[in-house]
Design a protein. Structure first.
Length: 502
């Protein structure tokens, strides 16, 4: 009996050393966020098979977007994260379109599905996570590209990108759909028309409205959404437009558009490699600006201030009827702005760099006085109340990838590492950001306890082209330990990571 009592006491002490309550009484595990490592992986299929995931704590299942020549959602049993198992799928054939994004709340899976053609109105389909039966089909704007529940589960929001057809004959409005879950999924779809009169001021701040038609409402393209902790406010990235929009959810109104300005690569701290033909990786200053053009966005709040974390991937418009992309060597450079233009246009200099043709001819004389490239090769933090830049990682991600041996020199002329996914969560007593880099096949981990000054902790290898970065907190994890799930669209793998306990 004494032996049994002793063993029980030891087990109790071990449990209490890693599982306890914080100052708010919430459950957490005392973990070290700098020790995440891969514990398992599972192959879902071919290219496009593992794009975005959502986790349901009620059934302890992962739901996975699978677009590898199919139209379905795969289901993975995560009860034992060390041995994930594919247990089924949800066919979406009846909905005649591709699924782009998923989210889960209280046993209800919400799927954003584009139509065929994608310029038609899209839809959200709600499924039960227990038996996969459909609950509701809700219309949205064109091309719902990302979906999220509000933190309180009262709303579902979709970012409806509204991309044009290849010939630009059909260019739907970019919109956001707001669905009221407890009002029989009533939906309101809003656009950005109220800000059209502010276009000159917005453009001066870095907003981009361009292309055939030059139509403000049709040109704005929502990409990704994050929602405040109190479920009252949403922020939406407008990737191609280089901006973030702020939304009052209950009022169903866009309240602000924040142009993001440009990043100056002619500063030491922003030095980059701009050529894939320069016989190596060489970070240097260049007379070029970067358009932030964020993809994913996530919010964290400190002292009443919402801090918006964006991953600045960049994205160009390239259609048969219109393409904005050109290499610098194909442009006519202004002799005063670029007195060494002939040298800069060489392949080992700026010549190979892809830039936009829609900006830079400041005096309208046909040559380029400034150069603007796609993305910022970084993640940034913005004040969610004002849109002001609080922090940028400058060229740290590039340098971290070079040090790890994971920098892809073949992407130097384009968007480099392409930061694309981000997730924020509490690991132990630290708030942490996970930044996915599509072209380096890696995840960077940062301590963001002070969101204005993130601190690098670690970089971990992922699968080929990580698309989805999903953090599962210990309080919702099937094993009561934090988990990171990374889905990689180019190899069809899910990879699961876990930190050490302290």
């Amino acid at each position: 009996m004494r032996v049994l009592n002793l063993l029980f006491l030891i087990a109790l002490l071990n449990f209490s050393s890693c599982s306890k309550s914080d100052s708010t009484g919430e459950f957490f595990v005392n973990e070290d966020p700098g020790t995440f490592k891969e514990i398992s992986s599972i192959n879902i299929g071919a290219v496009g098979a593992a794009e975005i995931t959502a986790y349901d704590p009620l059934t302890q299942r992962l739901f996975v977007v699978n677009n590898s020549g199919t139209n379905r959602i795969d289901v993975v049993d995560l009860r034992n994260p060390s041995v994930p198992a594919l247990i089924g799928s949800i066919s979406l054939a009846v909905y005649t379109g591709g699924v782009n994004s998923l989210d889960v709340y209280d046993g209800r899976l919400a799927a954003a599905i584009e139509s065929t053609p994608k310029q038609n109105a899209g839809k959200v389909v709600i499924f039960k996570t227990t038996d996969y039966s459909a609950v509701k089909v809700i219309p949205t704007g064109a091309l719902p590209d990302m979906i999220t529940y509000s933190k309180d589960g009262r709303y579902i929001l979709t970012a409806n990108e509204g991309e044009p057809s290849d010939d630009y004959s059909n260019d739907p409005a970019g919109t956001v759909s707001i669905i009221e879950v407890f009002n029989d999924y009533a939906v309101t779809t809003i656009d950005f028309a109220a800000f059209a009169s502010q276009l000159p001021a917005l453009k001066a701040g870095g907003l981009r409205v361009f292309g055939p038609g030059n139509n403000f409402v049709k040109d704005l393209e929502p990409e990704y959404i994050t929602v405040s902790e109190d479920s009252k406010t949403a922020w939406v990235t407008l990737q191609e437009n280089n901006a973030i929009a702020k939304i009052n959810i209950a009022a169903k109104t866009v309240t602000n558009i924040f142009p993001l300005g440009f990043k100056d690569y002619n500063k030491d701290e922003n030095a980059i490699d701009v050529s894939d033909k320069d016989a190596g990786i060489a970070f240097a200053k260049w007379p070029v600006k970067g358009m932030y053009m964020p993809d994913a966005i996530s919010v964290t709040e400190t002292n009443g201030i919402p801090y918006l974390f964006t991953v600045n991937e960049g994205d160009a418009r390239e259609y048969s009827a219109f393409s904005e992309v050109s290499r610098v060597k194909a442009l006519s450079l202004d002799g005063i702005a670029f007195p060494n233009g002939a040298l800069l246009k060489q392949d080992a200099q700026l010549g190979r760099l892809n830039v936009t043709t829609t900006l830079g001819d400041t005096d309208g004389d046909g040559d380029y006085d400034e150069l603007y490239s796609f993305g910022a090769r970084s993640f940034s933090v913005w004040n969610g109340l004002t849109g002001a830049l609080v922090f940028d990682s400058k060229n740290e991600l590039d340098k971290r990838m070079q040090a790890a041996g994971w920098y892809d020199e073949g992407r130097s002329d384009d968007k480099s590492i392409e930061p694309e996914g981000i997730s924020i969560g509490m690991v132990g007593n630290k708030k942490v950001a996970f930044v996915g880099m599509e072209r380096s096949d890696a995840i960077a981990i940062y301590d963001i306890s002070n969101p204005a000054a993130p601190v690098f902790l670690k970089v971990i290898a992922s699968g080929d082209a990580p698309e989805g970065v999903l953090f599962i907190p210990a309080s919702k994890s099937p094993i009561h330990k934090s988990l990171l799930v990374v889905s990689s669209e180019n190899d069809g793998f899910l990879r699961i990571y876990q930190p050490d306990t302290l």
